[in-house]
Design a protein around this ligand. Structure first.
Ligand code: ADP
Ligand code: ZN
Length: 729
């Protein structure tokens, strides 16, 4: 129990206030406010935001502020459940209908919808257009109204997207059936073609289009050479990061091997790939989402439809297929905007493997595209520019560089003069008659003894053994760089034979210097630790286990209770009263009431152990001064200029109830203009009586004022009077 204080109403503009009340956040993310304003104007919308940009809120908050039901179309059952659970934990009435429910459950949910008890309904596209569902929608429309159709993962409508679903195509008929219901389409897919397709296929009408930047500032991007130490480095990454992580491998076999290895090193890890049974896959996935297991080792089959917001690191242990998939896969880290890390391990043998599989393709067009894509991945991995500049450039977004949050910006590789080495390398290619690949050239340079060398008599060349002073990796780095800089060529016939060009000869004639960005041994100084940080970490650990306990009791993922960022704020600020607690970002009205006390106790116990001062816990139940849903509905209509009678009629409730709503809205500091409702001098009269008699029942007040005053008028003025008296206290 907590000190008797009142939570002063925060003087936010209205939308921010609603954001804090329902979701606990203080600020909108970039773009969200504008989108929500457009949504409140009932406009069609196309929202393109990267993963973690905060798309859901763009239809969830308007759903709460607008009258009627918002229907959300979402392709994945797991995703639906997650979102509904998260909403319910904020006391928002959301539900879903999909094939996982039995008939009885479906019926009772439908009933709740028709009774206006639900603000957000999630459905799968195939159900939406079924014969049973459309009549229900008709009824909803008639009885309580449909406020919006929100189409999540809208790229599924497009054959050009990466996840085309034919059911999405029928969505257009929805538009025909309910032409006046606004449609909001959301996706993280960036290409122009998909965008245009979404607008066309969903029949969006002059949509307001919002394209957020694809720059994910909280992600640290790095590329490491996959040397013999790669596994040790991987272990270090896992041990150094607190939270969950995903490690992507190219094949099932590699996934299984790596999982086994990690488990042997006492890392809590599970595999995920298409070779496992459905049951096992979904079990592993759930354990990951619930934080029962920390690391998911997976093929790219894993990730679609996972919106675990607190993934702290994504490692590509093998090379990704193309830059777009790399962006999307690595982007599963840090959806909650907390610092997270994306590591790509890059090896020449991976390139070989991928090149080999590209050469197996029979369609020459497909082959060409895959080769281009591989080229882009290599350019990214070998590039010395800001990683963001390269990635965003790929999406057509210009980024000035110097992000300060990628390896190239933080630890710029020193440029060294390698002209002599380049001359040795290229002349060795020439001596071998431009008929061999990189590995053989390096063997010759390093004076290796093997059959290929003896058969070709390459041990008799003048370049044999002149490069013993450099390691295989160093020579390889040079060779790659020469290719990269266009100072050397490589055949694309599957054999990768090295060929010289005009520039190679310039180098050999010493007419062109060669510089190389050499990697520095990467000492991982990713997150600077301090004593304070360590303390915070200890408390974080306690708060985490409390969160896990609460989550398990409700069978929900821990992030549904509080996000990592909110736990961190708790550990840093160590609030001691509910008021302080309620101010943290991520604590909304419901979570404050639900969990505030439990977390405060944990913080207090920690402080007591540490010998830190504590505020004794008193006796206090919080009540945030915020309009209820029904009041907000009235307020919306009132803002649209409807008279009290019209609102009453439209909502099918008595005018007195509407007055009651308005009076409470005034008391709760909402912008209802009293002077439009009651002439000023009548207001003053009522005010005077209130000042004398105080906050008592309405009848004695009316007796004092006389018959010509109505209860409605008194009620309205009393709302304002209460607000002002409370303020002055
Ligand atoms: P998307 O669907 O775009 O990938 P989500 O809607 O799942 O992203 O949001 C990602 C995370 O960001 C969620 O944990 C969500 O609660 C959080 N979030 C959204 N809007 C805000 C905000 N204004 N302030 C803080 N966190 C937010
Ligand atoms: Zn950078």
């Amino acid at each position: 129990m907590f000190p008797k204080e009142s939570i002063a109403m925060l003087q936010y503009p209205q939308l921010e206030q609603a954001l804090k009340y329902h979701f606990g956040y203080d600020k909108f993310r970039p773009g969200q406010r504008q989108i929500i304003e457009d949504a409140l104007q009932n406009r069609d919308l196309l929202i393109i935001m990267p993963t973690g940009g905060g798309k859901s809120l763009c239809f969830q908050l308007p759903a709460l502020l607008k009258p009627g039901l918002t229907v959300v179309v979402s392709p994945l059952i797991a995703l639906m459940q997650d979102q509904v659970e998260a909403l319910r934990n904020n006391n928002i009435s959301a539900t879903f209908l999909n094939s996982s429910l039995n008939a009885y459950k479906v019926r009772s949910r439908e009933e709740a919808i028709l009774n206006g008890k639900v603000k957000l309904l999630y459905v799968a596209p195939e159900r939406l257009l079924s014969e049973r569902f459309l009549p229900l929608l008709d009824l909803v429309k008639e009885k309580i109204g449909i406020s919006t159709f929100a189409i999540d993962e809208a790229h599924c409508v497009s054959e050009w997207g990466h996840d085309f679903r034919p059911e999405y195509r029928q969505m257009k008929s929805l538009r025909k059936r309910y032409p006046d219901v606004p449609t909001v389409a959301l996706t993280a897919t960036a290409t122009d073609r998909v965008r245009a397709d979404i607008i066309q296929q969903l029949g969006l009408k002059q949509p307001s289009i919002h394209i957020a930047s694809f720059n994910r500032q909280n992600l640290y991007y790095e590329v490491r050479n996959k040397t013999k130490n790669a596994y040790a480095e991987l272990l270090e990454i896992i041990r150094e990061n607190e939270g969950s992580g995903i490690i992507y491998c190219l094949t099932r076999k590699k996934v299984d091997e790596l999982t086994f290895k990690l488990q042997n090193h006492k890392i809590s890890a599970l595999p995920y790939h298409a070779g496992l049974s459905d049951d096992e896959r979904s079990k592993n996935q759930t354990r990951f989402i619930r934080d029962d297991v920390r690391v998911m080792v997976a093929t790219i089959a894993f990730g679609m439809g996972i919106n675990k917001p607190d993934v702290r690191f994504v490692v590509h242990y093998d090379l990704p297929r193309n830059l777009e998939s790399y962006y999307q896969e690595s982007g599963r880290a840090g959806r909650d905007s907390e610092p997270s890390r994306c590591t790509l391990f890059f090896s020449f043998s991976d390139i070989k493997t991928i090149e080999w599989s590209i050469n197996q393709k029979t369609d020459p067009q497909e082959q060409l595209i895959s080769k281009q894509q591989l080229r882009q991945v290599i350019d990214y991995a070998e590039g010395t520019d800001c990683r963001r500049t390269i990635q965003l450039g790929y999406f057509g977004e210009r980024f000035p560089g110097n992000c300060g949050n990628c390896d190239n910006c933080r630890y710029p590789k020193p440029m060294e003069d390698w002209t002599i080495e380049a001359m040795k390398f290229l002349s060795c290619v020439a001596r071998c008659k431009e008929r061999f690949g990189m590995l053989h050239i390096i063997d010759v340079l390093r004076g290796a003894k093997n059959q290929k060398i003896t058969i070709n008599k390459h041990d008799q060349l003048s370049t044999y053994g002149i490069g013993k002073d450099k390691t295989v990796d160093e020579w390889r780095m040079l060779g790659r760089s020469l290719l990269h800089q266009g100072l050397l060529e490589q055949t694309a016939d599957g054999y990768s034979v090295l060929k010289l060009n005009a520039l190679s000869w310039e180098v050999m004639r010493k007419q062109r210097p060669v510089t190389l960005a050499v990697p520095v041994a990467q000492k991982v100084t990713w997150e600077e630790g301090s004593e304070k940080a360590a303390e915070v970490e200890v408390l974080m650990q306690r708060l985490r286990s409390l969160r896990k306990q609460l989550a398990d009791a409700q069978s929900v993922p821990p992030y549904v209770i509080f996000a990592d960022s909110t736990l961190k704020l708790m550990a840093q600020a160590q609030p001691q009263t509910l008021i302080e607690f309620g101010k943290l970002s991520g604590v909304g009205s419901h979570k404050l009431a639900q969990y505030g006390e439990k977390f405060l106790k944990e913080i207090q116990a920690y402080r007591q152990e540490q010998g830190l001062p504590i505020v004794p816990l008193g006796n206090y139940t919080p009540s945030l001064n915020f309009p209820t849903d029904t009041e907000l509905t009235t307020f919306q209509l009132y803002q649209q200029g409807l008279s009290i009678e019209d609102i009453a009629q439209k909502r099918n409730i008595r005018p007195t109830t509407i007055i009651r709503h308005l009076a409470d809205l005034i008391e709760k500091n909402q912008p209802v203009d009293l002077s439009q409702l009651i002439p000023l001098e009548r207001q003053q009269k009522i005010w005077q009586v209130l000042e004398v008699l105080g906050d008592i029942a309405l009848t004695p007040i009316r007796d004092q004022l006389g018959e010509s005053y109505t209860f409605d008028e008194i009620r309205l003025v009393r709302g304002k009077w209460r607000r002002e008296t409370r303020k002055s206290k």
